[in-house]
Write a protein of this length. Structure first.
Length: 223
């Protein structure tokens, strides 16, 4: 039987990458591409602040087409929904996709929002990692070969000194108990550089750290 055709929501971070790996292992879907929202003013991944050049390198290493949705720096929900809806409507027709896959872990309100949004577009949302224990999941990612760096830290939830660090067992051991080990509540975001979903690793160099209010961003470039 022909597998359902799907897009995968790609943030450039570990949860999206592990979702891709999980789907690849299951063989349940034919992944037709990665979908990413970009801050069009900075030309970086929204929230993660990862450069577009690194995002494109990830897509090449995953051997999947990259599709982007440009958003203004200070984007209202109405603009977000309109632009995402327009892009998905076009891709749905062009690629004949029926599903879209997300890497959400446990936030029920986010899941419900996506379900309503995708239903209105005639797409079926899929959440392969939802409900997994995030402490076990984080360690499974690392044991499974995923490599990532923290690209953004919310200093109200996690010390800025964590920004730029490797996502590894040592980092998990040092995290405060109140911080989710996968950063699902926005404590931190990551840039994936290697893993079983990639054909080759990304070599990156940490540059200057930028601060925008409570958020600390590490500017990674290709090494």
């Amino acid at each position: 039987m022909q597998r359902p055709r799907a897009l995968l929501s790609w943030s450039s971070g570990k949860d999206a990458a592990w979702t891709l790996h999980t789907v690849q292992v299951s063989g349940q879907f034919q992944i037709c591409g990665l979908l990413t929202t970009l801050n069009e003013d900075a030309n970086r991944v929204a929230m993660h602040a990862v450069r577009r050049s690194l995002l494109e390198a990830q897509a090449r290493s995953a051997a999947l087409p990259l599709h982007t949705v440009g958003l203004p720096a200070h984007c209202s929900n109405a603009v977000y929904q309109a632009r995402l809806g327009s892009t998905l409507g076009r891709l749905k027709a062009k690629l004949e996709i029926t599903h879209i896959i997300f890497g959400d872990l446990f936030l029920a309100d986010v899941k419900a929002y996506r379900e309503a949004q995708m239903s209105a577009l005639g797409l079926i949302p899929v959440f392969p990692l939802f409900g997994r224990d995030t402490q076990a999941l984080a360690r499974d990612m690392i044991a499974g070969g995923l490599r990532a760096r923290l690209s953004c830290v919310d200093s109200e939830q996690l010390a800025p000194s964590f920004c730029g660090r490797h996502f590894d067992a040592s980092l998990l051991d040092e995290m405060p108990a109140a911080v989710d080990p996968c950063g699902e509540q926005g404590e931190f975001h990551t840039l994936v550089t290697d893993g079983p979903m990639f054909h080759q690793s990304l070599k990156v160099r940490a540059g200057a750290r930028h601060v925008d209010g409570q958020f600390h961003f590490m500017d990674f470039t290709a090494a």
